[in-house]
Write a protein that binds this ligand. Structure first.
Ligand SMILES: Nc1ncnc2c1ncn2[C@@H]1O[C@H](COP(=O)(O)OP(=O)(O)OP(=O)(O)O)[C@@H](O)[C@H]1O
Ligand SMILES: [Mg+2]
Length: 511
């Protein structure tokens, strides 16, 4: 028996210069998890934003439970029972969990404009209980991890009695344990007959969680298949329109013996404890660990973005003092942050300016005027080599899809031509094809004598890319592995090696 909740057909959508959706269709049944996949810029978010009333369609029809409907705004979607959790979360950080859930429709006390916190707290608690979530309704959202914030978004969606829940890359920032928790909730919702749209670039997740998969390519609908009857390779083939063979690790040179960066005695409150390590010329040094292990904090300390209690640092053998990102850049250090929106890009500027702004000096002529012909050539080269999907280099970055914004940040640091590059989750939200492009690029940079620190939560990526791997747990370095000896199991063991364990470390600890 199939119980069709949503049917979209003939959907068209254009933005200035971009035909984002062309004759798209989509069907969602009650009680199914329906994965929506495709390369960066394929149109996944756009199609779902139309269903959620965020964008209006140019043409096409939407049916809800067999009845044609009009969804002019998010409020209309909510009334129908359609909720969307966006790629970037939308909560108010300074409000509590309960206030976020009931924002805009709080039951009021008799005194006008005063929130009845007691009542919304109670209602929120009931809601959280239904999801078996241990969360205090009175906690400020700013104090929650991304995973918990996501759970709040889900609770909020359920508070509207949603029958359709759209999740746009929900696991991009979650740890394994958090993903397991999310999947538990998704399965529970499915049991209750909710239809779930699940957008993800992690193809391994599809097998675990989805019933059907719809593939999009270049703004078009390709096909819908039963997950159980499809292989990952078949899905990839539909996504990119060709077969990508699981590429062998690229040929790699050994790093030089010269040390370009030495960090020692890095301490910061309880987040970083006596972190010390070295980076060689031409090396890709992987930083592995669970979310919250302190890897990003190390990167931010080296980049001068956060104050530290102590840190000794040498660049090319010379002792340096880094107290701001400008200092770091002056010493040839670049940082591609995991939060590209906040630290990496100026959303209202176009692609070209975002890429070249940090390295203007290179593009000035004798009179100090920007040589636009040079910037254009450079930026266009990167748009091509990184396959950045944009109508032109003059498109504002905020109009690019999530993955394509990430590629712009990468282009920016490549242009800056820094010797030491820190990549924090470089392929998060990036599609399979572009991923292997980025891997190729990192290897090429290393071969050309650049030194790279790569923070990644994806173990296969760490194993494939790194010459050497440092593992962190709770702010400490718990071990170091060479590429040859590293395995997922060894890394996981070190990544979960808490300070109070009585067993001594199995691997030499860098100190
Ligand atoms: N507000 C907008 N203005 C202009 N162009 C847009 C806008 N939103 C999306 N686009 C364009 O529409 C196309 C589809 O984008 P969309 O965000 O739907 O892709 P996606 O499949 O979600 O990609 P990703 O996996 O990178 O998130 C892209 O070319 C994008 O640049
Ligand atoms: Mg998207």
């Amino acid at each position: 028996m199939t119980d069709v909740l949503v049917l979209m057909e003939g959907i068209e959508k254009s933005f200035p210069g971009v035909h984002a959706l062309s004759q798209c269709q989509f069907e969602l049944r009650a009680g199914e998890v329906h994965a929506l996949v495709g390369e960066n810029g394929a149109g996944k978010s756009t199609l779902m934003k139309i269903l959620a009333g965020v964008y209006s369609k140019d043409a096409g029809r939407i049916f809800y439970r067999g009845r044609e409907v009009d969804i002019p705004n998010p409020r209309a979607a909510q009334l129908l029972g359609i909720s969307m959790i966006h790629q970037e979360l939308n909560l108010m950080p300074h409000l509590t969990v309960a206030q976020n859930i009931f924002i805009g429709r709080e039951p009021r006390q008799r005194i006008p404009f005063v929130l009845d916190d007691k009542r919304i707290n109670e209602q929120t608690r009931a809601l959280l209980d239904r999801l078996h979530l241990k969360l205090d309704p009175r906690t400020k959202v700013a104090d929650l991890t991304v995973a918990k914030q996501q759970m709040v978004e889900i609770a909020k969606a359920l508070s509207f009695n949603s029958e359709v829940l759209i999740m746009d890359e929900p696991t991009a920032a979650l740890t394994e344990a958090e993903i397991a928790e999310l999947f538990r909730i998704i399965r529970q919702l499915r049991e209750n007959g909710v239809g779930i749209v699940y957008i993800s670039h992690r193809l391994d997740e599809l097998k675990q969680i989805s019933d059907r998969v719809t593939v999009m390519r270049d703004g078009r609908y390709i096909d819908t298949v039963e997950t159980a009857q499809t292989t990952a390779d078949q899905i990839i083939k539909m996504m990119v329109g060709r077969t990508i063979y699981e590429v062998m690790p690229e040929l790699r040179d050994e790093p030089y013996s010269e040390t370009v960066l030495r960090v020692s005695n890095l301490n910061r409150g309880r987040t970083l404890k006596n972190v010390s390590f070295e980076l060689k010329r031409g090396e890709i040094l992987g930083f592995a660990g669970l979310m919250g292990a302190g890897r990003t904090e190390v990167a931010r300390a080296i980049f001068g973005a956060d104050p530290v209690d102590s840190m000794d640092m040498w660049v090319m053998g010379r002792k340096v003092q880094i107290s701001s990102p400008a200092d770091a850049v002056a010493h040839g250090i670049g940082y591609l942050s995991e939060d590209r929106k906040r630290y990496g890009l100026t959303l209202s500027m176009d692609v070209e300016d975002n890429v070249v702004l940090g390295s203007m000096k290179r593009f000035l002529n004798a009179l100090g005027i920007i040589k636009r012909s040079d910037t254009r050539v450079t930026v266009e080269e990167y748009v091509k080599s990184l396959a950045i999907r944009t109508p032109s280099i003059h498109q504002q970055v905020k109009n690019l899809s999530g993955g394509n914004q990430q590629k712009v940040v990468i282009a920016k640091w490549l242009t800056a031509n820094t010797d030491i590059l820190i990549f924090d989750e470089p392929t998060r939200g990036i599609d399979v094809g572009a991923k292997s492009e980025i891997y190729k690029l990192l290897n090429e940079l290393a071969r050309n004598g650049k030194s790279i620190i790569m923070i990644s939560s994806e173990l296969p990526e760490i194993l494939r890319m790194s010459h050497r791997i440092i593992v962190m747990c709770e702010g400490r370095i718990t071990g170091e592995l060479t590429a040859a000896e590293a395995t997922q199991e060894k890394i996981m063991r070190l990544a979960t090696q808490r300070e109070d364990t009585t067993t001594s470390p199995t691997e030499p600890v860098y100190a």
